[in-house]
Design a protein around this ligand. Structure first.
Ligand code: AMP
Length: 637
């Protein structure tokens, strides 16, 4: 007898399971199936996607449904159309040897009349998204008054997406005697509320660790003066070249205004709010899904139900009026097991809201400083270097190589690299130095070592660059843990960990520098040598490539954009910056070419600050290396 037989499943299901190739039940299946088969009970199952939860409710559901009765007996609610279709498909596979079972998917964006027709033909199981289901109920196209089973799949996601009212209303249309099975990866308050309101003495099963918020989302806040909010947004975008984000504003007007400004400044942005027509909204969402838009500026209402995977950042440009809404916002990232970051741009007067949110999400925020211009330069430059390294060569280029070699033959490798990268670098370095540092130190929130804004100029810390990042599955917490363990240091000895895709930065106090350099440079991560170097963006000290021991020179930067990799990009600017501290008076990052209304994904953006004399037009971004995407026009509609 195989393990599925032991769970009490019938012949036709076992046959289907054989076809599916499932050899053993997963943990959630082992726990849920016997319980659900044995009696009619309510159940709360804490299980992530990918644990086999669809079969955990699907197998018992199929077995319990009366195939001879054509009435609707079960309703499965799922957060997105994709999941709705996926569940429907799976249930059809499970029931393929069970004659007469009909599963119908009900979701937005497809013909409601056709779906109603399918239901009318007899659908024992309806799998639906809450919005469309509510619509069908309102129009009298479906009858769920006599169902025996209701499954709430990914309940936390549904609530995150703002479906609370719909769910409550749908459940109120079902009989009290039914069994409700609720599946959720997390148990935030709202889910617990639904369970309390609509379930009676549910059995609870947990797969893996229980957690309260999405553990795949880390939360950061940046303290700025109110007048610098927009500048902060741009710098955060510049410091994250691959950003793919939803930016939340409080009002439609702000949403439109910020999106317009971003477009004007050369970012690929668009607004999404209630004043747009449905066709315009669909157009914006299509562009966003297609990644022509990197920054979708949205109101809370309009962003409900956005189910785009791979959103890297949620940016709270303004905090919501209702702090509970924060959860809905941050749930737009960290989906499908991916890591995501939720950023809050906050002013001093709003700081206390951060603590309230922490209580709601049961997670701590990390306080971070808005990157200085030099930091942004460095990030962008390394991003470009990584892109060059990762670029696949189209052999069409071979036709042109003899001529290109002819032109470049006198250059050494070092010179070539230097010049190649300078094509981008020269155009923006001229801009950022003019801008001031906009970071504000918190004061009120000094309780956590990690959260303290460690100003670059005055704490004597050493900043390092290391060639591992999110690509190696690190986020700032896991990298900090990894470094702490590898270096045998305490939690507070490593701080300001900033993880980018192919590389990261972190700080230590100078007494640990020798250890960091000696130990980390001799460590391998999955067969790859770790390379750590002292960053130019150290704690106010200078990164001297010839002084790998990390000599400190706190206070003044020489402004050199020194190399960190061999043959690196040195663009010695000598004393041009007058020795002010990093980011002190010459920040600004890379703005997009704001006249182009387009922005190239992930590359250097460079535009002149608006107030610059003469032409305020930045040099256009060249059709540079390492970026295959054509500049695309951002949508405003
Ligand atoms: P779910 O968590 O329901 O989205 O399932 C994740 C994936 O695991 C789906 O592709 C299922 O087909 C598959 N799966 C579910 N149960 C099993 C099992 N017992 N053995 C192998 N694969 C399974």
């Amino acid at each position: 007898m195989n393990k599925f037989e032991q769970l009490g499943l019938n012949e036709s299901l076992l046959k289907a399971i054989l076809d599916l190739g499932f050899e053993n039940p997963s943990e959630v299946q082992e726990k849920a199936i016997p319980l659900l088969l044995e009696k009619d009970t309510d159940m709360v199952a804490l299980a992530q996607t990918g644990t086999g939860k669809t079969a955990a409710f699907g197998f018992p559901l199929i077995q319990k449904i009366d195939a001879d009765n054509r009435n609707t007996q079960a309703l499965v609610l799922s957060p997105t159309r994709e999941l709705c279709l996926q569940i429907t498909n799976e249930l059809k596979n499970y029931s393929k040897y069970e004659k007469g079972i009909n599963v119908v998917a009900v979701y937005g964006g497809a013909s409601i009349t056709e779906q109603a027709r399918e239901i009318k033909r007899g659908a024992q199981i309806i799998v639906a998204t809450p919005g469309r289901m509510q619509d069908m109920i309102n129009r009298g196209l479906v009858n769920i008054k006599n169902i025996d089973y209701c499954v709430l799949d990914e309940a936390d996601e549904m609530l995150n997406m703002g479906f609370y009212e719909d769910i409550v209303s749908i459940l109120s249309d079902t009989p009290d005697e039914k069994s409700t099975w609720l599946f959720s990866a997390t148990m935030p308050q709202e889910v617990a509320r639904i369970a309390k309101q609509f379930m009676s003495e549910p059995v609870e099963i947990t797969v893996g660790a229980k957690n309260s918020g999405s553990s795949t989302v880390s939360h950061e806040f940046y303290l700025v003066n109110a007048r610098d909010r927009y500048e902060a947004l741009k710098r955060l975008a510049d410091a994250n070249p691959d950003i793919f984000s939803v930016v939340f504003c409080r009002t439609k007007r702000d949403t439109q205004a910020i999106a317009e400004k971003l477009i004007e400044d050369g970012y690929s942005a668009a607004a999404l709010h209630g004043d747009l027509s449905q066709a315009q909204r669909d157009g914006v969402m299509k562009s966003f899904r297609g990644r022509q838009i990197q920054m979708l500026v949205a109101t809370d209402v309009a962003a409900r139900g956005i189910d785009v995977d791979n959103v890297t950042h949620v940016v709270n440009y303004q905090l919501p009026d209702e702090i509970e809404t924060y959860n809905h916002r941050s749930g737009r990232t960290g989906r499908a097991g991916k890591l995501g970051t939720s950023i809050v741009i906050v002013t001093k007067s709003e700081l206390r809201k951060i603590s309230s949110i922490e209580r709601i999400i049961k997670q701590k925020f990390e306080e971070k400083s808005i990157p200085s211009g030099i930091e942004i330069c460095e990030i962008q430059l390394l991003h470009l270097a990584n892109k060059i390294k990762d670029t696949e060569v189209d052999h069409e280029i071979d036709n042109y190589l003899p001529a290109i070699n002819n032109v470049l033959e006198d250059l050494s490798k070092e010179e070539l690299i230097k010049k190649m990268v300078s094509v981008e670098f020269n155009r923006f370095i001229a801009y950022y130095k003019k801008n001031r540092d906009i970071s504000v130190s918190g004061g009120e929130r000094r309780e956590r070592g990690d959260s303290e804004p460690r100003e670059f100029s005055n704490n004597g810390a050493v900043r390092y660059f290391v060639n591992i990042g999110s690509r190696d599955n690190f986020d700032w917490m896991s990298l900090k843990d990894y470094l702490k363990e590898t270096l045998d240091l305490g939690r507070d000895d490593i701080f300001k960990v900033d993880v980018k895709e192919g590389f990261s930065f972190f700080n230590t106090d100078p007494q640990h520098t020798d250890k960091v350099m000696d130990v980390l440079n001799n460590v391998q991560l999955e067969g790859r040598r770790i390379n750590v170097e002292i960053s130019k963006n150290d704690g106010g000290g200078r990164r001297d490539h010839n002084n790998r021991g990390g000599r400190r020179d706190s206070g003044r930067r020489d402004g050199n954009f020194a190399p960190r990799r061999e043959g690196g990009f040195r663009s010695d600017r000598g004393s041009r910056d007058g020795g002010s501290r990093e980011g002190g008076s010459r920040d600004g990052g890379f703005r997009g070419d704001r006249n182009s209304s387009s922005r190239r994904e992930g590359g250097f953006r460079s535009s002149a600050p608006r107030n610059e004399g003469g032409s305020d037009r930045a040099p256009r971004r060249s059709e540079n290396f390492g970026d295959s995407s054509r500049p695309r026009r951002s949508r405003r509609d």
